[in-house]
Design a protein around this ligand. Sequence first.
Ligand code: LLP
Length: 402
Amino acid sequence: MNIDFKELANKYQTPYYVYDFDHITAQYTELKESFRARKSLIAYAVKANSNLSVIKHLATLGAGADCVSIGEVKRALKVGIPSYKIIFSGVGKSDDEIREALKLDILLINVESAEELNRVELIAKELNKIARISIRVNPNIDPKTHPYISTGLHENKFGVDIDTAKRMYIQCKNSEFLEPTGIHCHIGSQLTQLQPIKDAIKIVADLVRNLKAIKIELSFMDVGGGLGIVYKDETLINTYEYAQSILDTMFGLDLTVICEPGRFIVGNSGVFVTKVLYEKVNGNKRFVIVDGAMNDLIRPALYNAYHRIEVLNDNKEFSDCNIVGPVCESGDFFAKNIELPKTTHNDLVAIYSAGAYGFTMASNYNTRGRVAEIAVENGIDRLIRRRETFEDLIALEEEFIK
Ligand code: LLP
């Protein structure tokens, strides 16, 4: 990544997120190429980073979109992802969302419960449409990741067990308004081990074979997202081996593979850049206070997630500190007990691996405007979301006077 953080700070102020679009291209291409032995669709998980320019960039590369709200579906359509490359997942779709998804004629609705299937059938009937259905199977496999981002165990709220899935496919087959089209499974995020993925896909592939035996022929197998990235020193799943083991498991089945990566595509494209406001020592604890905060990047506060941090100065005098933001919560930190150089007012601090689940999880807590987002491609920077102003923050509110 060859980005001049100081120049961007002078031009756009701080804090900001910057995304390297060349890295996004490289990640997308690597994954797509890994699946080249088969028909495949890389449906980018929009929730990881939903900036319109990011989605548009992926659209031009040929990506589809994996969406978890009708808002995300509309973002994808707006930047030119064709409806036949859009998937809609999520445990709690509202009637309105299902209605709109059917009207927009997207590729698949990933159904996550028997009751949801009934709703989809009813609404499809109302609209006189045929809903293309994919059922999210919960294979009860431990993905060996952080419990908050683990999704493939029965104790997690996602998907349905194999027997329920089978009954739901039979319901689809017998319905005038449902078409059994795909199957879906996603066991968790930031996965660094291949075996749990293989185990899950095998369970799903066996179900596809069972369904085939009762004349239910599916066209798509959605293997979910979840590929991990390096935050610190993780050993990653090799994408070629990943694709190969999925394709091996699908032997004899004529299915298009769908894969829904989010973090893998954008995670290491992004850096959150903030600047030092103050330093202070309480007792013998050193604090570096920066202008970014937990409302901008909540992963450290929420998951105790590690993000590599670099202070952009030449000081060689390092000591232990906590790096914290201005929000009035003790949970407002980017790192605790790390060795950083002595800083002075306005020194820049780069927080890496912030391209996924960074800006999308930001809030306006403490009436802090969300920060600017910048794209860099071929050495050229563009502002892709301007910094929010105070007027933006209050625009939807009314002042009631008695
Ligand atoms: N497909 C489904 C059905 C998902 O639930 C997710 C992520 C993805 C695909 C994309 O997963 P990825 O490839 O990005 O791992 N906020 C958390 C991550 C939550 C992930 C939720 N689901 C974090 O900051 O680590």
